[in-house]
Design a protein. Sequence first.
Length: 291
Amino acid sequence: IVVPFPPGGSTDLLARKLGEKLGTTWKQTVLVDNRPGAGGTVGADHVSKSEPDGYTLLLGVTGSNGIAGALYPNLPYDVVKGFTPVTAVVSAPLLIVKNPNLPAKTLPELIAAARARPGSITYGSAGSGTSMHLTGEMFKLATKASLLHIPYRGSAGALSDLMGGQIDLMFGDILVVQPQIAAGKLVPIAVTSKERHPLYPNVPTVAESGYPGFEALSWQGLFAPPGTPAAVVERLNKDVNAALASPDIQDYFVSRGFKLGGSSATDYKHFIEAEASKWAGIVKASGAKPD
């Protein structure tokens, strides 16, 4: 399973947990291959050009398999035609988390400060084109708040600098930021789903804070190279969905803020097509470009 980010992020943790379960099912070791770079597109491109035999898979994310097609003018693969979707794996909203030393204590205070001093408040992401980055751009469009984007090569670097005070904010994956929130090292001030998250019932949504309709979800799914035989895709779909439905996988990820996926390959293909269209609109409206 190719993970298009460095070790330590949510995609890597998910791939290793899923790989362990599939390894038991298949009675062979499932390797996780970290291939970071360019917002997840380096690893995605590798899988898009791999042999379509079912042995090389991609744990693709919103950035690499939804946003990238609109963001990168010379992307070496097609986000829709360049893969065979296998199944949805997980989805979750992002948490807007801040360094405790940032004076703004609420979302309205943050927005007011960002408007008053354009570019003075920074937010980090796992790289240009990732869901963290484009959710930030969506937030800027909705709120007219001027935030400065600082891209990293993976969420671990952004998280480290956020805790160290080098940056102010992050639109973070819950799995990654949850331990730091529990330790008091980060403070959540909003969630990007339409409804409050069950793990953080006291954290308001962006939508209820004066921006109705605002919703951004981070998703991860499994993809095979284009041309993978239907029988192989069917087997992968069945085994991965069974792994996702197992109680230990359910308990592990639901307790960490994720909604487990599981879908038919056809339904997932339609979902990817819709996501590619949605994020293309955000990229165009924001003028976001890769760094």
